[in-house]
Ligand binder design. Structure first.
Ligand code: FE2
Ligand code: FE2
Length: 203
């Protein structure tokens, strides 16, 4: 297994090496996830909008938010000189295929895809926020300065998490649960997301 690349940030900007490793892997997996999200919507939009023109504003709204999440993590990765996941090309293919494939199955399947993905991603971001809050609390206890970067990161991830959960609500309102077969489809996509998260945190 490949080791995580060293983070050559200003040592005063980020806490000790274990914390830095966590932040490196967190930003890497988040960038990969947001890349995938933009590609899923990019793949879904043409078939969905051509058969259901009223969904154009919703698809655009969700895509635009994903594009903004992606550029947020791209900027953080560049700033801290973190390399992307080695799986970047594979996730690019897989996410495009997932978006296009679910949209071809129909509106409900496309929405079930969003429901599944955002359920996993919402949980993933919640987990990160928990760890970052514990980190900040520990630093405070040790009399260390938390600094603006960590505070900013926590509030950024919270905002993005809320937007992902908003996408989940949109998907359910737009009949994600009517997809056939709903349990199988969301189960497979959720398992795929968990696998992709697990791998992207490591390579
Ligand atoms: Fe996102
Ligand atoms: Fe999303």
């Amino acid at each position: 297994m490949m080791s995580t690349a060293p983070l050559r940030a200003n040592p005063h900007e980020l806490p000790n090496p274990a914390k830095r490793d966590f932040l490196t892997s967190a930003l890497r997996v988040n960038q990969a996830g947001e890349l995938a999200a933009t590609l899923i919507y990019k793949g879904q939009t043409p078939p969905i909008v051509s058969s259901h023109p009223h969904l154009r504003p919703l698809m655009k709204h969700m895509y635009d938010q994903e594009a903004s999440h992606f550029s947020t993590f791209n900027a953080l990765m560049a700033k801290h000189r973190i390399r992307p996941t080695a799986m970047y090309p594979l996730w690019t293919l897989a996410a495009s295929a997932l978006g296009w494939g679910t949209a071809i199955m129909g509106r409900e399947a496309a929405m079930a895809c969003t429901e599944a993905v955002e359920t996993e991603i919402g949980g993933h971001y919640n987990g990160q926020v928990r760890v970052l809050l514990e980190m900040a609390e520990q630093m405070e206890k040790n009399g260390e300065d938390i600094g603006p970067e960590l505070k900013q990161l926590i509030s950024t991830i919270r905002r993005i998490r809320d937007e992902e959960l908003e996408h989940l609500d949109h998907a359910v309102v737009n009949d994600a649960k009517q997809a056939v077969p709903h349990e199988l489809l969301t189960g497979v996509i959720r398992a795929g997301c968990r696998g992709a998260i697990w791998i992207s945190e490591r390579v």
